[in-house]
Design a binder for this molecule. Structure first.
Ligand code: GDP
Ligand code: IMO
Ligand code: MG
Length: 423
């Protein structure tokens, strides 16, 4: 039996979707434990190319139960659209379940996200505008609605009335239009009709899987640098993408997790605002973006690109308790003569730190300290084993592992299912 958490080790978009799709071939249950449709997890397999937003990345294995866990915020409209796209591609949704306890992301959350970003003036967070912040804020303020509320008509009506009392005031202050409660209630009834049979207490499914010694995977969204508590606050998402939250968001005891895989790109990317020390504004940055196809899977925004950040990976390894790394997109570096790795941050006073993460205002001021590695100048996308990799590529991956203090379990050299192997 194993319970594996798969988490992003950087600023998001590390390739979590492709890793889960690969590992889910052996998984009995895959649970998304936090986040909402801000996620864009790209999977390329025999069903084509899909950017998954809410549906767990185990959905392509018809034998895997896929659960949208209690720690998530679910926009039913976005979920229904995603389900239509998957069904049209021939993917079975028979094994897709939604926790009654997951929060329901309402149309007004999206509107508030847009209005709140506008109100921040030049100090934006660069959110995905999917309503994530406002939905988690309502959860914490105890005025959120949950997916299970759709199954209890009277309760839903009362909760909606309650929520709209403050929501409509907020919308008015920010220049939006008030929500018509009756209309929204009717929309909820439509969600109930289309999703109701999938909204269940997911705890018995998870508990049964653990008792039966099945393979369970916990799918994280985003990465540790955007974690609500440990990321670059306030330029973070409104939940915790670290493994410590995985058990809570999925409905497992903390000690049930026995494997944590940190997914890490062979270089760095970020979308949205905030400090990003290894960011490049030169030709190399452009080249990483074009070779790596670095455009957001959810918003299409060009991703900010930079060299690999060894300080961030050490921080991520500690916070997640990683047992292994999955290094992705190694092939993107194939054509570089020289590859750099950021091994330290120089602080404004000239000192260099390597093993701690400065808080956001300081992080804006640090200068990256680099070491140089020779490129391998050979195509790796055809490699199918560690032994196939060029020696310089092996040395580079070994350096990533050394900086993280974690062994490498998997290497990925292309987006397709077959382009991944054990290290
Ligand atoms: P996620 O959000 O962590 O699942 O990552 P995204 O799907 O947002 O971004 C990763 C992108 O890189 C997707 O377009 C993947 O298809 C692609 N990808 C994943 N692994 C590799 C790889 O090893 N090589 C290349 N070239 N592309 C990859
Ligand atoms: P996956 O799961 C990359 C970023 C946004 C913004 C910040 C807050 O595909 O890795 P939010 O909409 O969550 O309030 O935005 O987080 N962000 C992501 N960046 N990949 C994602 O998801 C992201 N989800 C949110 O750009 O900076
Ligand atoms: Mg993504």
């Amino acid at each position: 039996m194993s319970v594996t958490a798969v988490v992003g080790a950087q600023w998001g978009d590390e390739g979590k979707g492709r890793i889960i799709d690969y590992l889910a071939q052996q998984a009995d249950v895959v649970i998304r434990f936090q986040g909402g449709d801000n996620a864009g997890h790209t999977v390329v397999n025999e069903y084509g190319k899909h950017a998954l937003h809410l549906v767990p990345s185990g959905i392509f294995n018809p034998n895997t139960k896929n659960i949208i866990g209690s720690g998530c915020v679910v926009n039913p409209q976005a979920l229904l659209e995603e389900m239509n796209g998957l069904e049209a591609a021939g993917v079975s949704l028979e094994n897709l379940w939604i926790s009654t306890r997951a929060q329901m992301l309402m149309p007004y959350h999206r509107e508030l996200d847009v209005l709140e970003e506008a109100a921040r003036g030049k100090d934006t967070i660069g959110t995905t505008k999917r309503g994530i912040g406002p939905a988690y804020a309502d959860k914490a303020a105890r005025c959120g609605l949950r997916m299970g509320d759709l199954l209890q008509a009277d309760w839903l009506e009362t909760r909606l009335d309650n929520a709209l009392r403050t929501v409509n005031r907020k919308l008015e202050i920010l220049g939006g239009k008030p929500v018509d409660g009756d209309q929204l209630y009717a929309t909820c009834m439509d969600y109930r009709q289309r999703l109701g049979a999938r909204i269940v207490d997911t705890l018995p499914i998870v508990r049964q899987a653990i008792y039966a010694g099945e393979e369970v995977m916990l799918e994280g969204q985003l990465g540790v640098m955007r974690d609500l508590d440990w990321g670059i606050y306030p330029y973070v998402t409104s939940s915790n993408p670290t493994a410590s939250y995985a058990s809570s968001g999925a409905g497992l005891p903390a000690r049930a997790i026995n494997r944590v895989i940190g997914v890490v790109k062979a270089y760095s990317t970020a979308v949205g605002d905030g400090p990003f020390p290894a960011e490049l504004h030169d030709e190399d940055g452009e080249r990483l973006r074009s070779e790596g196809g670095e455009f957001g899977a959810t918003t299409g925004r060009p991703r900010r690109c930079g060299w690999f950040d060894g300080v961030a990976i050490r921080y991520a390894a500690w916070l997640n308790g990683m047992t292994g790394l999955a290094v992705t997109k190694l092939d993107v570096l194939d054509t570089f003569d020289v590859i750099r790795i950021c091994t330290g941050y120089e602080l404004p006073d000239g000192s260099v730190i390597t093993d701690s993460m400065p808080d956001t205002p300081v992080l804006f001021q640090v200068k990256p300290v680099y070491e140089e590695w020779p490129g391998w100048r050979r195509r790796t996308s055809d490699c199918r084993s560690w032994a196939d990799l060029p020696e310089n590529a092996k040395a580079y991956v070994a350096r990533i592992s050394e900086l993280a203090g974690v062994k490498v379990d998997y290497v990925s050299v292309g987006p397709e299912r077959g382009q991944m192997f054990e290290a």
